[in-house]
Ligand binder design. Structure first.
Ligand code: CA
Length: 234
C-alpha cells in the first residue's frame, strides 16, 4: 500500500465520510476529524502528507487553520469551499492552500487532485533534460536548491518554503534565464491546465518571492514577464 496519509477535516458527516471513503478506496491512509482544533491536534501528533480542509468549520475559520498548518507543517492543503466564488477571494487573501475545490465536487476529481499532490515530482522534468539517475544540487549565484532533501539555501542559510513554493522554485531553477509561462508552471506543479488556477500560480509565486527576499536573496531574481509568466535572472 502507498502509506500516504490524508487528514480529512469537515464537520458535515456525509461529506466527510464520502471524501474519506473515496480516498480510502484509492489506497490512501485516511484519518477524519470534524473541527479546526482536532485538525491541529492531529497534525501535531502525526503530520499527514495532505490535509483536505473544509473552509466552514464550527470552531474556527478554515483560512486561520490553513495559516496555522502552514506555520507548523509542510503538508499539502486542499481547501474545500461552499461556493466557487470563494476560491478567487481566498487566493486573493493569500491563505496559502495548495489547491481549492468548490462544493459540490466530483469525488473522482477530488481523488485525482489529492493523487496529483502525492505524486508531484521532486523536480519538474524539463523536456530537453536528459534523464539522469542522480539529481544534484543546483547553485545559482546566492541560491542553492537541493532536489533530494528539498532544501533551499540563500548564502548557505536554509529558507523555509512550502512544498508548492519549492516545486515552483525548482521549475525556475531547472531553466534559468528562460521564460516559464504560468500555464507551464500550472501543468508542471499542479498537473492541471484549468485556467482558473492561473491566479493560484501568481499567489504562490508572490509568497515564494517574499520569502526569498526576506532571506536576503538579491541574485538570482524572479522576474515577472507581464501577462506571460516568470523567469529567473542571475
Ligand atoms: Ca462545513
Amino acid at each position: 500500500m502507498s502509506g500516504q496519509s490524508v487528514l480529512v477535516v469537515e464537520d458535515t458527516d456525509e461529506i466527510r465520510e464520502l471524501v474519506a471513503t473515496v480516498l480510502r478506496r484509492a489506497g490512501m491512509d485516511v484519518r477524519e476529524v470534524a473541527s479546526g482544533a482536532a485538525c491541529l491536534e492531529e497534525v501535531r501528533r502525526d503530520a499527514p502528507d495532505v490535509v483536505v480542509l473544509d473552509l466552514g468549520l464550527p470552531d474556527a475559520d478554515g483560512t486561520e487553520v490553513c495559516r496555522r498548518l502552514r506555520a507548523e507543517t509542510d503538508c499539502y492543503v486542499l481547501m474545500l469551499t461552499a461556493r466557487a466564488e470563494e476560491v478567487d477571494l481566498l487566493i486573493g487573501l493569500a491563505v496559502g492552500a495548495d489547491g481549492y475545490m468548490a462544493k459540490p465536487f466530483s469525488p473522482r476529481e477530488l481523488v485525482a487532485r489529492v493523487q496529483t499532490m502525492l505524486r508531484r515530482p521532486r523536480t519538474p522534468s524539463a523536456p530537453e533534460a536528459p534523464a539522469s539517475p542522480e539529481e544534484s544540487v543546483r547553485r545559482l549565484a546566492e541560491l542553492e536548491v537541493d532536489p533530494d532533501s528539498r532544501e533551499v539555501r540563500v548564502d548557505g542559510a536554509a529558507v523555509d518554503l512550502t512544498r508548492t513554493e519549492f516545486d515552483l522554485l525548482s521549475a525556475l531553477v531547472s531553466r534559468p534565464g528562460r521564460v516559464l509561462q504560468r500555464e507551464t508552471l500550472l501543468r508542471e506543479v499542479w498537473q492541471t491546465d484549468w485556467e482558473g488556477n492561473l491566479r493560484l500560480v501568481e499567489a504562490h509565486m508572490s509568497n515564494l518571492r517574499r520569502k526569498l527576499t526576506a532571506a536576503g536573496l538579491s541574485s538570482p531574481e524572479i522576474r515577472t514577464v507581464r501577462g506571460v509568466g516568470y523567469r529567473l535572472v542571475a
